[in-house]
Design a protein around this ligand. Structure first.
Ligand code: CDP
Length: 214
């Protein structure tokens, strides 16, 4: 049986870093899927395709024809892609299409001891029966600081106030959309990473994982 470790949380919460660390920590090498990459890749295709109106049917076509091998993931973490991915992720047809991709990820790794998947609706919609669920969060200030540092590498003149505003806008869209909003699953373990180092977070995470793989 393949263990499913599902992680959700808002932007900048640290969930991606945690997922990557879980994936490589164990000798089993749990394959990791960052579902944000799927939404960002579709957004990237819309951007490079010159789609200004982001019509749902057109976005859906990009999602249905998505081939991650054709995408350079180094282009996906810009401010523009933040915004487009956040908008298109409210389209239910697009979510449905990307859901198949995520379910398939588990199928193709059914010979592995476990998988780690992170995103916004992994614990609630994609893998509601996951063996272990985490909801990773942090204060708006800390999350914005982390995203600011990341965006500074692309544009050293980036305005911090704008980063905070855009993060809030993305949070709001993620939490208020009617399809698969970001929320805390009843059985999720909540970790607030605001005042913790990544090592401290990983101690908590590993303790929970040890419990289920025993
Ligand atoms: O890394 P960060 O948390 O900033 O974003 P991400 O996980 O790469 O996701 C980019 C955008 O895709 C988010 O703003 C969400 O709106 C959307 N997303 C989603 O709706 N559902 C997911 N499972 C993953 C991402």
């Amino acid at each position: 049986m393949t263990l499913v470790i599902a992680i959700d949380g808002p932007a900048g919460s640290g969930k991606g870093t945690i997922a990557k660390k879980i994936s490589s920590f164990y000798n089993f090498n749990f394959p990791h899927l960052d579902s944000g990459i799927l939404y960002r890749s579709v957004a990237y295709l819309c951007e490079t395709g010159g789609e200004k109106n982001l019509d749902e049917n057109i976005v859906l076509k990009y999602a249905q024809n998505l081939n991650l091998d054709e995408i350079d993931i180094n282009n996906l973490r810009t401010k523009e892609i933040d915004e487009i991915s956040s908008k298109i992720s409210s389209y239910s047809s697009v979510r449905e299409s990307l859901k198949s991709f995520q379910i398939n990820f588990k199928k193709i790794h059914s010979d592995k001891k476990g998988i780690v998947v992170d995103g916004r609706d992994i614990t609630t919609v994609i893998f509601p029966n996951a063996d272990l669920k985490f909801y990773i969060t942090a204060s708006l200030k800390d999350r914005a600081n982390r995203r600011f540092k990341e965006l500074m590498l692309i544009n050293p003149k980036i305005d911090k106030k704008l980063v905070i505003k855009e993060l809030q806008k993305r949070d709001q869209r993620d939490m208020e959309r009617s399809t698969a909003p970001l929320k805390i699953a009843d059985d999720a373990i909540i970790i607030d990473t605001s005042d913790l180092t990544i090592e401290e977070v990983m101690v908590k995470v590993h303790r929970e994982i040890e419990d289920i793989i025993k």
